[in-house]
Design a protein around this ligand. Structure first.
Ligand SMILES: CC(C)(COP(=O)(O)OP(=O)(O)OC[C@H]1O[C@@H](n2cnc3c(N)ncnc32)[C@H](O)[C@@H]1OP(=O)(O)O)[C@@H](O)C(=O)NCCC(=O)NCCS
Length: 196
């Protein structure tokens, strides 16, 4: 497994790191797995299965978009998007998991990944995006709390939607079954949880 060694910060304005965002390649998979494990390690809302979820989404051909943030040729962050169900609910995507290498957190890398991912799915014709997470973080990307569309097993107060047109989902959405492949317990997040 590739381990991301300490990266010398490439400081931009106001301490924001400038990263290159690109789609994942096959060669990135181990780095994504280990980065995700490190980012979620010890978080109270995580049971450590997030890397398995990404693998299961990929295995099911359900990883609609997988982006990495690269800093000096090392992967500093990752974001996954998957289409939500039921199948009739086409055009809606789930954001998450999203991870930034712990020493590099709060330097704008997560924001750049989220903005680039939302732009990409919008350009692909998405109607919008959903997630389960902390609204204090995700509101800055346009997400609004939308309990009516939350899957039954998730805390509705943390379910959020950003829409690119006028429509909301037709009904409560369902995350891809890969999210339970890792036996994730949808307990109430005390931090940031996106679609996981
Ligand atoms: C959540 C995460 C992806 C955000 O990426 P990031 O690069 O750290 O965040 P950004 O620098 O883009 O955004 C910073 C803002 O996010 C918030 N934030 C990010 N990480 C935070 C943390 N660990 N604790 C508290 N606030 C945090 C802050 O409010 C900050 O706001 P400010 O700019 O007003 O201070 C990253 O912190 C991470 O990997 N966390 C662990 C895994 C996780 O929780 N993933 C989300 C669930 S799928």
């Amino acid at each position: 497994m590739q381990v991301v060694s300490p990266v010398e910060p490439d400081l931009g304005d106001r301490n924001r790191l400038r990263v290159v965002i690109r789609r994942e390649s096959i060669a990135d998979r181990d780095a994504i797995r280990s980065l995700t494990a490190r980012a979620f390690s010890g978080l109270p809302f995580s049971d450590g299965t997030e890397p398995l979820v990404i693998d299961a989404l990929r295995e099911a051909n359900a990883l609609a978009l997988s982006l990495v943030a690269v800093l000096r040729e090392q992967i500093a962050g990752h974001i996954a998007f998957s289409e939500v169900g039921p199948p009739a609910q086409s055009g809606w995507f789930a954001l998450g998991p999203v991870s930034v290498e712990p020493p590099l957190q709060r330097r704008g890398v997560g924001s750049q990944l989220i903005e680039a991912g939302l732009d990409a799915i919008r350009e692909q014709g998405a109607k919008g995006c959903v997630l389960v997470g902390d609204h204090r973080y995700y509101h800055r990307f346009g997400f609004v709390v939308a309990p009516a569309f939350a899957p039954s097993q998730y805390p509705p107060q943390h379910f959020q939607v950003v829409r690119f047109g006028d429509s909301f989902p037709d009904a409560p959405v369902a995350f891809h079954p890969a999210f339970s492949a890792g036996a994730i317990q949808p307990n109430e997040p005390t931090g940031f949880a996106g679609g996981s």
